[in-house]
Design a protein around this ligand. Structure first.
Ligand SMILES: Cc1cc2nc3c(=O)[nH]c(=O)nc-3n(C[C@H](O)[C@H](O)[C@H](O)COP(=O)(O)O)c2cc1C
Length: 360
């Protein structure tokens, strides 16, 4: 209520990236004030045993996470954790620091409740991000770190880049996401056509680091584009199984403009409501193909409990949100989680895991 009446009109009167910067600044301040973090947790979190699950040795208090891209440098994890997320994915982090594409590069499509971004992996690079994580991160919920390829690195050298970030950030993540689907790094999506060499190298390094640190292997997820065809999905799923990948995140932003009335001439990835149906269909296809072997994280256009539940029933064990949080504000997590409990009760499920895939 407070967000929609007061904060959102102010934030939405500003350029989208300026607004994001203001929010980032506030979250950094919140991180310094312990009693404020406790207060926010009480206000925005919702706990219920029906929402708890254990997936790949990670314990989730609820199935709704923050998608990659909001906290590119993994410096807001503690304060973001106060807003009721079940898990948070930081990044995308690249081996080299990079400024990203020229501004402006985030645009709101208010009527469609969507965003278009062409940020281009702006981040401080794996070494600086590791310093942030070393100094402060203690968020008490599972943390994923999403890694990508630096723009200056040739596609043929991509594995080196991913391996560098993976190694630097290894101790700090509960799981890693291999991002091969951002539309804003030239040729990145081509990696989806030949994934096995990259994934095998990462798994080799995973084994080596796991032996060295005496920790379990880190679950690796692959984040894919919503613009893939069904044969592409089949091929990628087969490769993920072969490479012993833990799961697939469907999906990143789309380069199509379906569902947009007056298509703006903007390059970049579209997120939010127009992506909802497409990403849910993708989750359903994936679940039918690999639901028994791999976990699926559903992301794209979730704005309500019903939206999240649809993805869970299509086959997602976990879901993530980004654009919905921007439009609906900080109460969204509590609303979704409370709503999920009611929907589970209505359908006679005792726990969220029982609902996964029932409509695939
Ligand atoms: C401004 C913005 C930046 C993003 N940056 C990243 C990123 O760095 N890495 C990534 O994997 N996905 C990124 N995404 C994609 C989201 O993680 C998510 O997959 C997509 O937005 C669909 O979810 P949504 O409709 O809930 O926003 C970004 C999305 C937005 C809107």
């Amino acid at each position: 209520m407070l967000y929609k009446k007061f904060l959102k009109p102010i934030l939405f009167s500003l350029d989208a990236e300026t607004a994001h910067g203001l929010v980032v600044g506030s979250l950094k301040t919140i991180d310094q004030i312990p009693f404020l973090k406790n207060f926010l947790s009480q206000q925005f979190s919702f706990f219920h045993p029906a929402l708890e699950s254990s997936i790949l040795d990670m314990r989730f208090k609820n199935p709704v996470g923050l998608a990659a891209g909001f906290d590119k440098n993994c410096e807001l994890l503690n304060s973001l954790a106060c807003f009721g997320f079940g898990f948070i994915e930081g990044g995308t982090v690249t081996a080299s620091p990079q400024a990203g594409n020229p501004k402006p590069r985030i645009f709101r499509l208010k009527k469609e409740e969507a965003l278009i971004n062409c940020l281009g992996f702006n981040n401080l690079g794996a070494e600086k991000v590791r310093d942030h994580l070393k100094k402060r991160a203690n968020p008490k919920i599972p943390i994923g770190i999403n890694i990508g390829k630096s723009k200056k690195t040739a596609l043929e050298e991509a594995a080196k880049d991913y391996l560098f970030s993976f190694e630097k950030l290894y101790p700090f993540a509960n799981y890693f996401t291999v991002n091969v689907s951002s539309p804003n790094t030239p040729r990145l999506r081509e990696l989806q056509n030949d994934l096995l060499p990259l994934l095998s190298k990462l798994q080799e390094k995973n084994q080596e680091l796991s032996n060295l640190t005496k920790q379990n292997l880190k679950p690796l997820f692959v984040k894919i584009a919503p613009d893939l065809s069904i044969p592409d999905l089949e091929q990628i799923s087969g490769i993920c199984i072969k490479a012993k990948i833990a799961g697939i995140i469907a999906a990143n932003t789309t380069v199509t403009r379906e569902g947009i009335e007056n298509v703006p001439t903007l390059e970049g990835g579209l997120s939010g409501k127009p992506l909802q149906t497409k990403s849910t269909q993708m989750v359903r296809h994936l679940y039918k193909m690999i639901g028994k072997e791999l976990a699926i994280i559903g992301v794209g256009g979730i704005f309500s409990a019903e939206d999240a539940y649809r993805k869970i029933k299509a086959g997602a064990s976990l879901v993530q949100i980004y654009t919905g949080w921007v439009y609906q504000g900080p109460c969204l997590l509590k609303q979704i989680n409370q709503g999920l409990v009611s929907l589970l009760e209505k359908d006679g499920f005792k726990n969220i895991q029982e609902a996964v895939g029932v409509e695939a």
